[in-house]
Design a protein around this ligand. Structure first.
Ligand code: PYC
Length: 318
């Protein structure tokens, strides 16, 4: 019987399950090397932790590790119902709040090692944290795609720790009552991008699709719907997606460094975001800062019984 200690939280409605102990030993390599080992040798563990019957398609897992970079307080690998995430903004806020809940972090800044680089989380109090995310940029402006059954659309392609396709002009209302329709449309967009060979830099798959509409929350500039890789929508405004959006606003000259941008998510929760220009040798790139709140919802010990036919979770995701 394998025993796995987890702490659950949600950030703006989007759940994070931090694996505190009982996870696989991925060695002492870089976080990218450990991610490769996780994928190749322990993918069953990913599915066992987040998928049914212990989890659900929407849970994002966070395997807490010793950092490779000695300046970091912790290392983390984020995963979901179908695979792995480079970075995760809501998950990093959830992780910081979870570490505070466990008495492993105090208010202030902590560096966190991820497979796509070092990020910083600044814990304000037991529920509020700010993430200084990885360098983000817009790769291509309003790139066209023909979506079968829907027609032609254009979207920005941007990196914010994951690859995003951001659509501003579309006929859909961004509201919780419409998630089925929004999911079907954005899934069709994702498939069309794959079919047409439209990728991020270096041929990277674009596995997050974002739609924007007018805001409802006080102080917000826009409301979004974000489709995540496993055909599941982000309940929060999406930290990496908001980073990608900041990069696009900066590229269009629509947001100045340090100026506040408030992104509302599908449920009405918000992330406050700003950016600083990245170093001189990376013109057009930005360093995003995302602030949000998370709440711990549970502590549990998962039991993985070798005799259980569903020990490895039920993988019915996309
Ligand atoms: O907040 O970056 C994020 C995120 C990515 C996928 C789900 N949430």
């Amino acid at each position: 019987m394998q025993r796995v200690k987890v702490v659950d939280s949600h950030t703006g409605g989007e759940p994070t399950r931090v694996v505190v102990s009982g996870g696989p030993d991925l060695g002492r390599g870089t976080m990218a090397e450990r991610l490769a080992r996780f994928k190749n040798e322990f993918d069953w563990f990913r599915s066992a932790v987040v998928n049914e019957p212990r989890g659900s398609d929407v849970i994002v897992g966070a395997l807490l590790c010793e950092p490779h970079d000695a300046s970091c307080a912790a290392g983390v690998i984020f995963f979901n119902n179908v695979g792995y995430l480079g970075m995760c903004g809501h998950g990093t806020i959830g992780l910081a709040v979870t570490l505070a809940h466990l008495g492993r972090a105090n208010a202030g800044a902590m560096k966190i090692d991820t497979p796509v680089g070092v990020v910083e989380a600044i814990l304000e109090d037991r529920n509020v944290a700010t993430v200084n995310n990885v360098v983000s940029w817009r790769d291509r402006k309003l790139w066209p795609v023909d979506v079968p059954g829907y027609g032609k659309f254009a979207g920005d392609i941007a990196w914010g720790g994951n690859w995003f396709y951001l659509i501003y002009e579309h006929p859909f209302q961004i509201s919780p009552g419409n998630v089925e329709q929004l999911t079907e449309f954005t899934w069709a967009v994702r498939q069309a991008l794959t079919k047409e060979g439209i990728t991020g830099s270096g041929g990277a798959e674009i596995d997050h699709i974002e739609l924007y509409g007018p805001p409802q929350a006080k102080g917000a500039q826009s409301k979004n719907f974000v489709l995540c890789p496993g055909k599941i929508y982000d309940r929060s405004p999406c930290g990496t997606g908001t980073s990608a959006k900041l990069a696009c606003l900066a590229a269009n000259g629509k947001l100045k460094p340090g100026e506040m941008y408030v992104q509302e998510g599908i449920l009405g929760s918000v992330f406050e975001a700003t950016y600083a220009p990245a170093e001189k040798d990376m013109p057009g790139r930005v360093l995003p800062t995302i602030r949000g709140s998370a709440y711990v919802t549970g502590e549990a010990e998962l039991l993985l019984d070798a005799k259980d036919p569903f020990r490895n979770g039920i993988a019915v995701g996309a």
